[in-house]
Design a binder for this molecule. Structure first.
Ligand SMILES: C[S@@+](CC[C@H](N)C(=O)[O-])C[C@H]1O[C@@H](n2cnc3c(N)ncnc32)[C@H](O)[C@@H]1O
Length: 254
């Protein structure tokens, strides 16, 4: 049952039934897994039970323009893993001949497919199901293999197998890019270089009311300050998270 609490308390074990077998195998650790105690599991339930709510959040958390500017402009095939509702995907279509967007959560695939069609990009991008550790694409097929705010060292969310899969799919001389990375040491140990773009950054909510409502769910410690400011733009340091201003990348040897 969905309640109006903040994300860690929003779902219960009764909601785990929404996961497919393949998803359970990756996201549910142990027989007593509980989304109230496992925030990554709560996020997985959000993607499936309230995908529009998730889309409202990411619509406010825009990537730094220089992150987008860093991406190649003339790629052949681009493969994106964990594409979600398409925050990055919509930007990728103008940078490659074709985009394959891989996303396990069916409701997010539906949102992304609709957005691509509305933007008249339906013929340039394919949205397909799949997981980091078993990418449903051929070895060496893509000039750019990218993930945004999706890959972690945890096996269920990529891990060693997921990183190896991204590199398998990348053509020799191509690039694997992890945008808005969370585990820099892990990526550096795998030969990834790091780029971070400076400057103040704010989340851009649709309205002040939307900022307060989403902060209640996703940034409960920031609610009072978001309310006090009375603005739809909220600096990331107020929200208490790193801004989406960085990336890690590796050129796959030719
Ligand atoms: C925080 S969201 C980011 C979505 C999108 N890349 C963006 O930046 O808006 C994380 C995404 O990773 C996906 N994901 C989680 N585990 C995954 C896995 N094992 N393989 C592929 N994608 C996964 C989720 O379904 C979700 O869409």
């Amino acid at each position: 049952m969905i309640t109006s609490e903040d994300l860690p308390r929003r779902y219960t074990t009764a909601d785990l039934g929404v996961l497919t077998c393949d998803e359970r195998r990756r996201f549910v650790r142990g027989g007593d897994a509980d989304p109230r105690a496992d925030i990554t599991l709560a996020w997985e339930l959000l993607y499936r039970l309230e995908p529009q709510l998730y889309d409202r959040l990411v619509s406010a958390e825009l990537l730094h323009p220089r992150v987008l500017g860093w991406l190649p402009r003339d790629a052949g095939l681009i493969v994106e893993v964990g594409a979600g509702a398409g925050r990055l995907t919509l930007e990728l279509v103008s940078r490659g001949r074709e985009v394959i967007a891989i996303e396990p959560a069916r409701p997010l695939r539906q949102i992304l497919t609709r957005k691509l069609a509305e933007a008249d990009h339906g013929d340039r991008a394919r949205v397909i199901p799949g997981f980091f550790d078993d990418l449903p694409v051929a070895s060496g097929c893509a000039d750019l293999v990218v993930a945004c705010s999706a890959l972690t060292p945890a096996a269920g969310h990529g891990g060693e197998a997921g990183l190896a899969e991204m590199e398998r799919v990348c053509t020799p001389g191509g690039c694997v890019a992890i945008i808005w990375p969370n585990h820099l040491g892990w990526l550096a140990a795998h030969g990834y270089e790091y780029v971070c773009f400076p400057g103040p950054m704010s989340a851009e909510f649709a309205s002040h009311a939307e900022a307060v409502e989403l902060a209640r769910i996703f940034y409960p410690r920031a609610v009072a300050e978001v309310r006090r400011r009375g603005q739809r733009r909220v600096p990331y340091d107020v929200l208490g998270i790193n801004p989406p201003r960085d990336l890690a990348f590796k050129q796959v040897p030719a």
